[in-house]
Design a protein around this ligand. Structure first.
Ligand SMILES: C[S@@+](CC[C@H](N)C(=O)[O-])C[C@H]1O[C@@H](n2cnc3c(N)ncnc32)[C@H](O)[C@@H]1O
Length: 253
């Protein structure tokens, strides 16, 4: 079982506060319309309040708000809270200790953050704040298959030293089921990314690490290159990322 670590919390806050000013342009997925709409569609018809966990700059929350949800947000990083608070009310805090009442939200969403969390504590807290018959929508970038899994893990380990765990779709499903969540729907989506741009806007990394990430994609094994459709266009390196979006529910007795 993973334990809460204050040092990790400080590092995450530092990392996201330096990334915050250019966060929205640092990768295509952040503002990708199809990806954001997939979250909003899986959330279903608006039924009152929605909580966006690890909301960052609030992109998913904004789409939910447009659909008619009354959105609240939570993020650990003050700079992110400052940005997303322009669009809906956001509290600073940790998913492992959500500062909201039990059974409050018919909808909880969390995009691209589970790899930073203590998942057992996070899922316990999500189950607590979900209203009866509430829905939890969770998403993450994952390998396409067993063929690219090992190499993608290597890339993520170089890029993100704060990675708590590397998830495949199966790992996520297992963790959700262990925490007594049922899977209602699974959707996969590809988003084309520029690895060079992603690295350009990662000021928390040294130049050496940024170059290492680009080289890892450029020189990936053939199965990885095929699945990710890796393309070198002059100095730019492009590839596809595989997203999984899970619509889940937690049965309250
Ligand atoms: C990769 S960003 C994703 C932002 C947003 N979910 C999105 O999809 O645009 C991860 C976010 O998770 C936040 N975060 C990381 N660990 C957290 C924790 N334990 N509790 C709350 N927020 C956390 C970071 O501050 C950051 O804003």
């Amino acid at each position: 079982m993973e334990k809460y670590c204050l040092d990790d919390e400080i590092k995450i806050k530092e990392q996201f506060s330096v990334r915050c000013p250019k966060f929205d342009i640092s990768a295509n997925w952040i503002t990708d319309n199809a990806l954001i709409c997939a979250h909003a569609d899986l959330a279903g018809k608006p039924k009152g309040e929605a909580l966006e966990l690890c909301c960052g700059t609030g992109q998913v929350g904004c789409a939910l708000k447009t659909k008619g949800w009354a959105v609240k947000g939570l993020d650990i990083c003050d700079s992110m809270v400052e940005v997303s608070s322009r669009y809906f009310p956001v509290l600073q805090g940790r998913v492992e200790k959500i500062p909201f009442e039990t059974s409050r939200f018919p909808l909880v969403v969390c995009r691209q953050a589970f790899h930073f969390l203590n998942i057992q504590e996070a899922l316990r807290e999500i189950a607590r704040v979900l209203a009866p018959r509430g829905v939890f929508v969770l998403s993450l970038t994952v390998p396409f298959s067993g063929e690219d899994s090992k190499w993608l893990y290597e890339i993520h380990r170089i890029k993100q030293p704060l990675l708590k765990k590397f998830y495949t779709t199966q790992d996520l499903i297992r963790a959700l089921k262990e925490a007594k969540f049922s899977i209602i729907k699974i959707k996969n989506l590809k988003v084309r990314e520029s690895v060079t741009r992603w690295m350009k806007y990662a000021p928390e990394l040294t130049r050496q690490t940024r170059e290492k990430v680009i080289a890892a994609v450029k020189n990936a094994p053939e199965p990885y290159k095929r699945l990710h459709n890796v393309e070198v266009r002059g100095k730019e390196v492009l590839e596809d990322w595989n997203w999984v979006i899970l619509k889940t529910a937690f049965r309250k007795i």
